[in-house]
Structure formats: C-alpha cells, structure tokens
Design a protein around this ligand. Structure first.
Ligand code: TPP
Ligand code: SF4
Length: 425
C-alpha cells in the first residue's frame, strides 16, 4: 500500500498530458478501417455500465463513425441507464463543443420517438435548402455566395468514402461568412439561412435499445418505422435477455437458456429479427460481433450509416446476466459466432438494386468443432444461463434442449448459405 495523495498528484499530471494529446485530423482517417476508426475521438466515455459490458463498445464505435452529427433515441434498458445517468452523461463533446444529441423516451415507443427526430431533422434541412434556392434565384445575391450555394447543392452526402459530409461542413463554414455579411447588409433570407445553415450537414438518427425492446415490447413500432423507408438506423444491443431489470426472457433468448419467465429453460427458438426485416428488401440488415469479427462490424456500421434508407444492426453483446465473467466476454462472443448460435451476415439493398445478391456471410460454420450444446455447459465457455438448466431439468433433458437449440442454429445457417447462393436477393 502507498499513500494515496502523492499517487493521485502524479496520475493527475498524466491525465492532463493525455487530455492535451491532439486529435488526429478526421479528414486523414478512413473510418471503414478498424485501426482508423479507433483513432477517431470517441464521443462516449466513462459510462456507468458493468466493467467489461458487451454493449458499450458498440455505442462507442457508433460515436466514432457518426461523430457530432449523431442524434440518438434510446429505449429504456441498460443503454439508457449507463447512457443517461443524469446529471452526468458519458456522451461528450469535441474540442469545438459539438457532440451527439441524446434522449430517452419510453420502452414501448422508442422507434417512433427516433422517427420524430428524423422528421424534424429532414424538415429543417428541407427548409434550409428552400432558402438556398431563394438566394440563388435573387439578383441581389453576390456571385461568390451563389458559387458556394451551387457547390452545396452538388455535394453527395451519402458517398461511399464518407467525404461528402466533410465537404459540406467546410462549405457551410464558408457560407456562414457570406450570410453574416448579407445579414448585416439587410438581407432577411440570409439571416434566416444563417439560423438553420448547420442543418445542411446531414444528421444521422440512430435508434438504440436492447433485445427486450427490439424483439418484444418495442417491436411493433420498430417494424413500422423500418417499413416506412425513412432514413433511420436501429442498433439492437442483443444480450438475449432483459438485462437491466434482472434477466427476464425475451424473444431473442435462445432455446434452453434459463431466465425469469423461462425458469425451466426457454422452449421457443430465438426469433430471427434480421430475416424478418430483410424481407422488406429496402432495409439494410447486419448481424455483428465486435470480438468475433471487428472488420465486418466496422464495415456494417459504415454501410448502414452511408445507406440513404432504413437500417438495422443486431449486435451480439455478452452480459453479466448471461452468467459469465465479462473478462472472458470476447471468447464467449467468438464461440457464439463459430458455433452458428449467432452467425454474422449483412444484407445490403444497394446490391440487390443492381440485380445482385445483397446477402454476405461474414462468419463460417465451425459447429463441427465448436459445439453450442457442449460449450454451453463447459468449464471454459459455459454460461450460468445454460448450466442452471442441468440442475433444474436434469442432465438428460438439458442435453436434449441444448441439442435442439443447436439443430435450430445449424438450420438457420444452412438457410442463410442457401439464400446467399441465389443469383439475386
Ligand atoms: C412498458 C414498460 N415495461 C417494462 C419496463 C421496465 N423495463 C425497463 S428496462 C427493461 C428491460 C430492458 O431490456 P432490454 O431491452 O433487453 O435492454 P438491456 O437492459 O438488456 O440493455 C424493462 C423491462 C418499462 N420501462 N416499460
Ligand atoms: S447488465 Fe449487462 S448489458 Fe447491462 S451494463 Fe451490465 S453487462 Fe452491460
């Protein structure tokens, strides 16, 4: 043991030094690459989640990819508690004071709440573009302002490299200078546009929540909002159980897992939320696991973000409520993916629109060597949610239920393989 005060003083110096490290220029980073994405300043830090929580890395990544343009509608659940443990918040600002906007509505209406954010952002952007047209049509608008406005109109903010948004930011900055001068010279439209010019930079609306929200209680709204075709993104933090309220079964809970309301082990299979949304054909869908395939995870977040339409990412998140030590969480994620309990795939409607197959598998079937049923109760990778089944139902019944779950997972992977092999999907 050492004296605390001297230790704190030296650590405070280290901390100060750390905070003074300059940010890497975002224009030099390609956030589609895992390493580059991690060099971007996260706008989510110091959350009150359990240490080693499997949900928070996805939220952090989201802020690195979308930055300050992010509007979050958060369903009630762990992510709303560690995301909004007011009066503090883990969401933070860039050096220029800009950061994500976050709010939490009800458990049962969060998708609709996010849709409202989208409608408002679109209305503001639409109004700003109306004013752009007005200024372009006026003889009094100076030529240099008009040139800037024309460039603004030409920017593609959904370009594959994600540079369009950065171009728009620079142009809006330039435009504001002209608008200030116009306002001072008595131009009312300039003054109006100045007040809404930041809305020309596209906003990204992400609707966040757990599986209890997405698969069960908020499902009607989630389905309705995704089916609307509007540009909203959904991130499901899939712990396969209602984590924040102490572990009730959801429709994501797999067969054989013990949870509240499934005290003898869940009988039904895990709901296939992704395939249900994929059938709309215009919804981008991805199943990701940060530990099992970080490259595909970063790719999916970028693809969803750049897609000018609805998207849903279902992210496997290990959790203490599964009955595991979170220090080994990444190994549990890898096992879930390899055993095809949670296969990774992406469906991109842009490919389908080109007459190709939009479905890509990002994980292999390794279930011959990595058995879900065996792992579930093993010493190394067992989880209490499955181990308890042996005690409650007895070894024979437990084996039967876990093997039934495994057969279901393999059938799902086979179906995905067959779908991915079709010429068009
Ligand atoms: C209509 C309604 N029912 C129940 C609750 C209580 N409740 C709050 S969070 C939560 C569980 C959330 O589980 P999930 O969506 O899986 O998120 P997680 O905590 O796992 O991240 C429940 C049941 C509520 N807030 N509103
Ligand atoms: S209960 Fe689970 S999801 Fe919630 S903060 Fe803890 S580890 Fe994360």
């Amino acid at each position: 043991m050492v004296e605390q005060i001297p230790l704190r003083q030296s650590e405070a110096e280290n901390w100060k030094f750390f905070l003074e490290l300059p940010d890497v220029d975002p224009a030099k980073l390609d956030t589609k690459q895992v390493l580059d994405s991690q060099l971007k300043r996260p706008l989510f830090e110091f959350s009150g989640a359990c240490s080693g929580c499997g949900e928070t890395p996805y939220v952090k990544l989201l802020t690195q990819i979308c930055g300050d343009r992010l509007l979050i509608a958060n369903a009630t659940g762990c992510s709303s508690i560690y995301g909004g443990n007011l009066p503090t918040t883990p969401y933070c600002q860039r050096k220029d004071g800009k950061g994500p906007a976050w709010s939490n509505s009800l458990f049962e209406d969060n998708a609709q709440f996010g849709m409202g954010m989208r409608v408002s952002a679109d209305k503001l952007q639409g109004f700003a573009f109306e004013l752009v047209e007005k200024l372009l049509a006026s003889d009094k608008t100076p030529a240099e302002t008009k040139a800037c406005l024309e460039k603004i109109k030409a920017v593609d903010q959904h370009d594959e490299k994600g540079q369009g948004v950065e171009q728009m930011r620079a142009l809006v900055k330039e435009l504001k200078g002209y608008l200030k001068a116009g306002k001072d010279a008595g131009c009312d439209v300039c003054a109006q546009l100045l007040s809404v010019a930041d809305n020309l930079v596209r906003k990204s609306v992400w609707i966040l929540g757990g599986d209890g929200w997405a698969y069960d209680i908020g499902y009607g709204g989630l389905d309705h909002v995704l089916a609307s075709g509007r540009n909203v993104k959904v991130l499901v933090l899939d712990t396969e159980v209602y984590s924040n309220t102490g572990g009730q079964a959801s429709k994501s809970t797999p067969t054989g897992a013990i949870a509240k309301f499934a005290a003898s082990g869940k009988v039904q299979a895990k709901k296939n939320l992704g395939l249900m949304q994929m059938q709309y054909k215009n919804v981008y869908v991805a199943y990701v696991s940060m530990a099992a395939n970080p490259a595909a995870t970063v790719k999916a977040f970028n693809e969803a973000e750049n897609y000018d339409g609805p998207a849903i990412i279902i992210a496997y998140a290990h959790c203490i409520e599964q009955g595991l030590n979170t220090a080994t969480g990444p190994a549990h994620q890898v096992a879930a993916v390899d055993s095809v309990h949670f296969p990774l795939w992406r469906y991109d409607p842009r490919k389908a629109a080109e007459g190709k197959n939009g479905l890509t598998l990002d994980s292999k079937d390794k279930s011959d060597t990595v058995s879900f049923a065996a792992n579930a109760v093993s010493k190394e990778l067992g989880e209490n949610r499955f181990r308890q089944l042996v005690k409650v139902a007895g070894p024979d019944k437990a084996k039967e239920m876990l093997e039934k779950a495994e057969v279901g997972f393999k059938e799902n992977y086979k179906l995905l393989t067959e779908l991915a092999a079709l010429p068009v999907l």
